[in-house]
Design a protein around this ligand. Sequence first.
Ligand code: NAP
Length: 511
Amino acid sequence: MSTQTARNDATLPAETRIVIVGAGMAGLGAAFRLLAAGIEDFVVLERADRVGGTWRDNDYPGCAVDIASAYYSYSFAPKHDWSHSFARQPELLAYLEDLATTPAVAERLYFDCGLESAHWDEERGRWHVETPRGTISAQLLVPAVGILNRPTAPDVPGLDSFAGKVFHTTEWDHDYDLRGRRVAVIGTGSTASQVIPAIAPEVGHLTVFQRSAGWVLPRIDWKVSRLEKALMKRFPVLMRARRWRQHWTRELFLFPVLLNPGRKLIVVEALLRLFFRAQVPDPQIRAKLLPKDRFGCKRPILSSDYLRTYMRDNVELVTEPITEIRPHAVVTADGREHPVDALVLATGFKPYEWVDAARVVGREGKTLDHDWREHGARSYLGGAVHGFPNLFYVVGPNTAVFTSILFVIEQVIEHFVRTVQEMDRHGLRVIEARADAQDEFGTEMTDRLDGTVWTSGCSSWLLHETKHNPTLWPGDTTEIVGRLRHFDALAYDVTPAEDGSTDLPRVPQYL
Ligand code: NAP
């Protein structure tokens, strides 16, 4: 299906114009769009020995995309022959590996070359990036490292004392045979909803510990026929139509409900209750599975086999809180001991706790995670960060939307390419988001959440424990496209190239 990207063993150059960090969806997308814009002076640094990001790191049983593949793929790299309407992890990884075999991309890709640190050199107006393969200096630094890559373990006493097998879903041990064992899964989010139906048929007994239930939507998944693939290949317009149907279904029908929850939300929830009833005929189990919070507050789960797995004889749903973990059991608040051989932690990730952020040192010696640790991640328009000149995130703060994060990633990449072109056009050496522009954007994002389902009260990784919203852009995609289409020169402090001044309009105090 795919050819693993050829290894680039060349010495890392000492200088380049742009360093992209990460060769997952975001990093490869940025590489493609830079090349398409004729910007060729860049490298992509990848810490691992193959591309793929989240689709390389997560390969737990049942791992698949929960956004239709026709839409969860780049518009500039459409694929006509997805095997299923919702692609499985191996096929997504293969898609990315195929992208990376493009010679112009492959020759700029450096594996085993993660960012060890990056320092802003004020005098030269450049980033100095340390990697295991040497140091590289660049005018622009583009972290494309994703949001969810630092796993969290549950804060439960005794976890370290567990004598059986324990692993997080993102570190799945495929050598460990679950067949016939007593397995416990902690967590019932999107990941757990894929793992649970996949392993239930083979394990001896499965105990699922649920802290709070989430709404589940059916996943209308089908194996794509040869005829459908042939039609998509022959008539690319059909591929585009399929993509836009996916987009507008989410955008027109569900987004308004989330933004202005009212009667429409009651209708959606009533319909979903029917789905729960059909999947879980047992009223006692169903009562435990029905969420207490509003639809959309947590990210909805998409699955047609998750709920009904609880009707299996070998699966038990436990909603009593976990109080302790002992060497061979999980203990719950009712004093019950649940014997377990293997413990699967489907407890999610620490969003925006980028390992790299602690090692990126900007103006005045501040690390990127310094402010973020306390207040949550901040940026201007999801990309630029005040205090960190010439740095542009691809999957930055406030880039999560209800449709597909990939859609926003494409817009952020286009915005970045446009910014580079504007720098060239106006002779700029350094560009930095202004503090007031960043604050205004952050406050706007937080304020606009008021009255939406996201602030209706639930535990969700989407929101920071402070009131600040580091994750969501609570707007429709038309707005996002519109705002990212323009380069607003007044939102940036700029430094012209040594030999000139800029013709850009400036805010008065910076004239
Ligand atoms: P998650 O949504 O954060 O879910 C974590 C689960 O662990 C929640 O059910 C949480 O309960 C539970 N939990 C945490 N600590 C616990 C404790 N001490 N005791 C009991 N339960 C505990 O993480 P995730 O499922 O890995 O999904 C994260 C995101 O990854 C998703 O929202 C999605 O964006 C992405 N994802 C995408 C796909 C895809 O196909 N595209 C697939 C999987 C994941 P509470 O709900 O009560 O907090």
